[in-house]
Structures are given as structure tokens and as C-alpha cells.
Ligand binder design. Structure first.
Ligand code: ZN
Length: 242
């Protein structure tokens, strides 16, 4: 009885971990399927090939169900395979690829200012409608004097790895934030701002063109008394060339 309680709490914690990292730590429970749309389960090339084969077959049935005579249309005859390949190799690549190799360095110069990387291209698609949302991500962190700094292009790679998955923007923002916060050991704060145009709002339903912004802050960026650091981040974003 006691063991069951401990076990269920342990599983609950593992699920939370899966949810916030998007990783698939809990292999036995997920049966090789991603528990969350924006999770990650690295696949070999053979496994990817098999997923593409199966997804293409399923997409044939999907197009049949929609009433398209796609087999007799030369432009659509190979569409099921094209769609499956686009999802596995590009649109949802972050679900199947290994995390980017991140090298961190000691903060030898004891730099304690903002490290900012703006306008990081962010192409994703929503888990609700599987329609693209496109925009940019702005990231900043303040390294600890005895902490770690990260190669600048790695910030782009982190955004890319997380954005190439079906998801909601709020979750994407939290995943990017958590990853950078974990990698930049002893940092004094991490800020992430994602702004994107959701085609599911522009093409269907309300059909309005609009921009969604989501932000996650920690450390100095979140400190209510330290408005300057947060303001500096937003000034950097505002001054970017668009
Ligand atoms: Zn949507």
C-alpha cells in the first residue's frame, strides 16, 4: 500500500519532469509514443524511415476521408509521403532529433552584464490545429561571475530544437527558458520572449491577423525591485531591426 503511494508520487514527478522538459524520461509508461505533443524521443534514421512510411499510409486514408481523388491528380499523387517527410524531417524534427550539443565555458572574464540574442527565427505549429505559428524569440541571460556562459549560436539551436514541435506558445516559452536556465549554471537570471503570428487564428475561426507574445523571466529579470534589468531586456528587444 505504502509502496503504491510512493510509486504513484514518483510517476507523478516523472510526468511533471517530462512535461516541463519535453523529454521522454519515462520510457516504460509512454510505450515509445510521446506523451505530450511537444515531447522529444530521439529516433534512429531507421526509426524515422518507419515513421514516415506509416504516417504516409495514414495520410492516404486521411485524404480519402476528405473526399480527394488524390491518386488521379499528378500534383497530389505523392502528397501523403511529402507530408509525412515534412513532419518528420522539418516541422516536428524537434520531437525526433537529439538535443543540440551545448558547450559551456567558465565565465573567465567574470562578465556580469546581459547576454542578449534577439530575432531568433521561430517556426512552429500549434498542437491544437497543426497550423503554423511563425515569429521570433528573444533570449537574454546574466551569467554568474563564477558560473557558465554558453556559445551564442547555441541559443539559436535551443530555440530551433524546441520550436520544431507541435505545441502551444506558452509551453514553448517555458521549455526554452528552463533549458537555458539549466545549462547556464549559476546564472543571475534568464529572460525569454516569444512573439508569433498564429495562422490558426488568421486562417480559421476569427480570421484576424494578430501577434501573440509570451514571456518567462527569472532571477534579476523577475525581481520586482530590479525593474532596470527587465527594462533593459525590453529596450534591447524594441531596438532590434525588424
Ligand atoms: Zn491553433
Amino acid at each position: 500500500m505504502f509502496n503504491d503511494v510512493v510509486k504513484s508520487h514518483f510517476n507523478y514527478l516523472l510526468n511533471l519532469l517530462d512535461y516541463y522538459t519535453g523529454s521522454c524520461y519515462n520510457h516504460c509508461m509512454c510505450k515509445n509514443k510521446l506523451k505530450y505533443a511537444n515531447g522529444n524521443h530521439p529516433r534512429t534514421d531507421e526509426e524515422k524511415h518507419e515513421i514516415i512510411e506509416n504516417a504516409a499510409k495514414a495520410y492516404e486514408a486521411y485524404m480519402d476521408a476528405l473526399g480527394f481523388d488524390w491518386r488521379s491528380d499528378p500534383n497530389s499523387a505523392d502528397t501523403p509521403r511529402r507530408v509525412a517527410k515534412a513532419f518528420v524531417n522539418d516541422l516536428a524534427a524537434g520531437c525526433y532529433n537529439e538535443p543540440p550539443k551545448i558547450t559551456t565555458f567558465d565565465n573567465v572574464d567574470q562578465y556580469d552584464g546581459l547576454v542578449f540574442q534577439g530575432n531568433i527565427k521561430t517556426n512552429s505549429f500549434c498542437s491544437h490545429h497543426h497550423l503554423p505559428f511563425l515569429g521570433q524569440t528573444h533570449v537574454a541571460y546574466i551569467p554568474g561571475k563564477d558560473g557558465k556562459v554558453i556559445g551564442l549560436s547555441k541559443l539559436n539551436r535551443i530555440v530551433e530544437w524546441f520550436s520544431r514541435r507541435p505545441q502551444v506558445q506558452e509551453n514553448l516559452t517555458m521549455q526554452i527558458h528552463k533549458y537555458i536556465n539549466d545549462v547556464c549554471v549559476d546564472n543571475k537570471g534568464v529572460a525569454v520572449l516569444v512573439e508569433a503570428n498564429h495562422t490558426c487564428a488568421g486562417l480559421r475561426g476569427v480570421k484576424h491577423d494578430s501577434t501573440m507574445k509570451t514571456a518567462r523571466m527569472s532571477g534579476a529579470f523577475l525581481d520586482r525591485k530590479d525593474i532596470n534589468t527587465r527594462q533593459e531586456f525590453y529596450d534591447f528587444v524594441r531596438d532590434l531591426k525588424r
